[in-house]
Design a protein around this ligand. Sequence first.
Ligand SMILES: Nc1nc2c(ncn2[C@@H]2O[C@H](COP(=O)(O)OP(=O)(O)OP(=O)(O)O)[C@@H](O)[C@H]2O)c(=O)[nH]1
Length: 416
Amino acid sequence: MPLSLAWARQCNPHHGRNALHGAHDPVQTPSCALHFHGSQQLARKIPVMAEATPPTAPDPASESTETRSDIVHLVRILSLAAALALFFFSWRNAYLTADPRWFGTVMATLGGVLIANLLLHLLTQNLAQLRWGFIVIITAVLVFVALSGVEQGSGVMWLHVYPPVVFYISSPRFGIISCVAGWLTLVVALTPLGQLLFSVAEYPLPFRIVLATSLAFVMVFSYLLDRARRQHAERLRQMAEIFEHAATHDALTNLANRREGTDRLAREFARFQRNDTPFSVILADIDHFKTINDTLGHGVGDQVIQTIATRLTSGCRKMDSVIRWGGEEFLVVLPGTAESEAITTAQRIRQQIVEQPVTADGRPLEVTCSFGVAEIRPSDAIQTLLQRADERLYHAKTTGRNRIISRRFGYGSGGR
Ligand SMILES: Nc1nc2c(ncn2[C@@H]2O[C@H](COP(=O)(O)OP(=O)(O)OP(=O)(O)O)[C@@H](O)[C@H]2O)c(=O)[nH]1
């Protein structure tokens, strides 16, 4: 029965009559015809790219959850490694080197503070505390190492670790500021004035020159590498967003496509099952669209589809979902909406389409749409709801088009 009716719909003598004739008056007439959604499947899809709204540009400073968890892992590993290194050098200082003993005490204390920072994060789960705590402690370690000249002056080599770590863990801005400030301080500290001010360990002149220049090189290189890393990550994120948009939206109208529409419908249905929140759907179909295509060309047909998509969107609330359901067929999902309100929305849209002629290629066309409206019922599955809306749309088509059919207008019988 449904299949033959679907076939009947396709073979309907009204189907495909001249759409450019005058619009009919909307009269709702009862009917009990049935047909299935499959009858609306497209014979052909025309892949024309619409001016899709580009995805909104994200804040470059924002970090994804993955990046955050990467940073947490890295800081944990670095903290443990740095603490172990500090304990090791503290032990060496106590037994094996000729450095003053207090060097070892300072290093052991800083190692302990690093571990304390880790433990505190386990309690608070506060990324900022872990990250900035680590940066502050590691800065203190390196300042101490550079100024004191632990391990007979060789400890200063650890300064080269700072730039890549600080760029990765903090922001580029903080990385630049801390590197430039740190480098300038070091250069001053390595001059005779610095010797006086900071009583820095004495390093031979060639060593000082190599230290300052190699550190500057590592800083610049770390900045460039980190910038490239952030740019690539950002590009990847944008591409993922574009692909996701393309997978869920229709290229011609930029409306949600059928796949995305089905998901939204399922979400609304789940909400209805959970909270009893009603919702309605409107199935809209452009009348005599084939004639528009056949007489004016597919380019004009596409423009008509785009205009109708815009009219539907502007006639609905922000919370409603307008979906390109098939070729010239649209589904509107209206959350928290009873059928009577959905009819009002459909009437507003129908009126607007009739009153403002659609223009394509600069000429006005008389385009109309037919609508089937249905509200979810407790006994419904999604498919049942869609089928009811589809039957009503079919009824609108067979009774003259340019009209809205719903339960309120006496369509069907026996509670339909
Ligand atoms: N230009 C264009 N045409 C499309 C697109 N998608 C589907 N179509 C065409 O839309 C037409 C739909 O025609 P029918 O299903 O016969 O319906 P109709 O002519 O609108 O008749 P009624 O629905 O009965 O009023 C077919 O000719 C499809 O090829 C599209 O994206 N662009």
